[in-house]
Design a protein around this ligand. Structure first.
Ligand SMILES: [Zn+2]
Length: 72
């Protein structure tokens, strides 16, 4: 009976850290995207009509190349 060559259990790469960028990427997909900063700022302006206390800022996203809103 041929001896079966079991593969050795491979070392688990416990030190392998998840990419921190994944979180940012997911965050990007959850956020509303604007193609231009002007559109994003227009959205802020319209929201501040109903909520003047709202403080939002626009930022350019390097993942999707669009613009998102972030609370300050
Ligand atoms: Zn994005």
């Amino acid at each position: 009976m041929p001896r079966k060559n079991y593969p050795r259990s491979q070392p688990v790469q416990k030190n392998r850290q998840p990419l921190t960028t994944v979180h940012e990427l997911n965050n990007c997909h959850q956020k509303r995207r604007f193609s231009t900063q002007q559109q994003a700022e227009r959205e802020i302006a319209s929201r501040q009509l109903t909520d003047p206390q709202l403080l939002l800022a626009t930022y350019k996203c390097h993942w999707c190349g669009g613009w998102h809103l972030t609370s300050r």
